[in-house]
Design a binder for this molecule. Structure first.
Ligand SMILES: NC(=O)CCC(=O)C(=O)O
Length: 265
């Protein structure tokens, strides 16, 4: 398989807490804006829980039921613009439990995969209100094998390693990651890219929620660990191109996957 160039656009945006209607409207205007640049994106990605934010005390009432609204809006957009979308994540009501779920759509608007956050973040009370996912996030994007994790998941290198061992060449990470942990965010994302010799693409929200300040710094990091795009702390569309042939080149240069000795650890 020839591995393509993927033009990526990350919708680094503010989220209005507990206001899905406003967030849908805001997201759609940003999606239209993302399609206007001189380089047409192949894939768009949004931040974590963009439909509700962390309005956890009301989350059962405002979560998207079986993701139906998200599926209908995003699928129509994909068809209209011939673009892939990694839609979030969203707060998703699934059989009476709310999960933090990413839905993936192809250029025809077909739902191709979903992934629900496995590691719930106690510092933001997720474990009190949300149910966790129970399987890793594999999917295919324009023929490229990809993986997905959500925010706090990046602190668990076992998960990204498993995705890489099972074929992922690029890892997508939506997030709501706040100050004062910018240093952790940047370091962990770069580490996941370097150790797995794969692209890591992250989209973090901006704005404030109560006293919590979200810093953006959405990133596209190549398999050598070089940052090829990074956002600032305000709303913006962060753009960059991933050359997927680089994954094999880096894995050939330092054969980490051949040199593993899992029988010893
Ligand atoms: N929404 C999240 O999972 C936040 C994770 C986070 O901030 C961290 O430090 O980890």
């Amino acid at each position: 398989m020839t591995k393509p160039l993927l033009n990526i656009a990350l919708l680094q945006m503010n989220i209005h807490i507990g206001e899905p209607d406003r967030n849908f409207e805001h997201l759609l205007s940003k999606m239209e804006q993302a399609m206007q640049g001189s380089v047409k994106p192949d894939v768009l990605m949004f931040p974590e829980m963009w439909n509700t934010g962390y309005a956890l005390d009301r989350i059962h009432d405002i979560a998207d039921r079986q993701g139906e609204r998200t599926k209908s809006v995003i699928s129509e957009f994909c068809r209209k613009h011939n673009v892939n979308v990694i839609a979030g994540s969203i707060a998703d009501l699934d059989n009476g439990a709310v999960k933090n779920t990413i839905y993936m759509f192809d250029r025809e608007g077909k739902l191709t995969a979903d992934y629900s956050k496995i590691h719930l973040f106690r510092l933001m009370d997720e474990e009190k209100f949300l149910a966790s996912g129970d399987r890793p996030g594999h999917f295919t994007l324009d023929g490229v094998q990809a993986g997905a994790m959500i925010c706090y998941d990046i602190r668990f290198p076992e998960l990204s390693r498993r995705l890489a061992l099972e074929g992922a060449n690029i890892l997508f990470v939506p997030a709501e990651w706040p100050h004062p942990r910018l240093h952790h965010w940047r370091t962990l994302l770069m580490a996941r890219a370097i150790e797995n010799q794969m692209y890591v693409v992250s989209c973090n929200r901006v704005g404030t929620s109560g006293t919590t300040e979200f810093f953006g710094h959405s990133m596209i990091i190549d398999p050598w660990g070089e940052i090829i795009a990074e956002g600032g702390e305000g709303e913006e569309i962060v753009r960059g191109t991933a050359d997927l042939s680089l994954t094999d080149e880096v894995r050939g240069r330092i054969p980490v996957f051949e040199d593993r000795r899992p029988q010893l650890y």
